[in-house]
Design a protein around this ligand. Structure first.
Ligand code: SF4
Length: 83
C-alpha cells in the first residue's frame, strides 16, 4: 500500500499529508497552526491531525518541514507532488 493510500481523508490535496501513523499528539498544529489542524471528531478515540491547507509562503513551508522533522510518529510526509 502506498503512503498516499494510508493517509487521512481529511488531508487537503497537495504534497504534504499526514498518514495514519499519527498518534494525535497535536505538536504539528502547535508548531504550524496555519497548515495543520487537530481532528476534533468525538467519535475518534485518538484525535489525529491533518493538513487543512498546503503551505503558501516560504515561512509556512519551513514550518511544515519543522513539523515533519519533530513528529514523534514520523507521520508527516512531503511527496513533492501537487496531489
Ligand atoms: S506531530 Fe505527528 S503524531 Fe503528532 S499530531 Fe502531528 S502528525 Fe500526529
Amino acid at each position: 500500500m502506498s503512503e498516499r493510500n494510508d493517509q487521512f481523508a481529511e488531508n487537503v490535496a497537495g504534497k504534504y499529508f499526514i498518514t495514519k501513523s499519527c498518534i494525535g499528539c497535536t505538536l504539528c498544529s502547535v508548531i504550524d497552526p496555519a497548515n495543520f489542524m487537530e481532528n476534533t471528531d468525538e467519535a475518534l478515540a485518538v484525535g489525529n491531525c491533518y493538513v487543512y491547507k498546503q503551505p503558501e509562503t516560504e515561512a509556512e513551508e519551513l514550518l511544515c518541514e519543522e513539523a515533519m522533522d519533530v513528529c514523534p510518529a514520523d507521520a508527516i510526509r512531503n511527496n513533492g507532488t501537487s496531489n
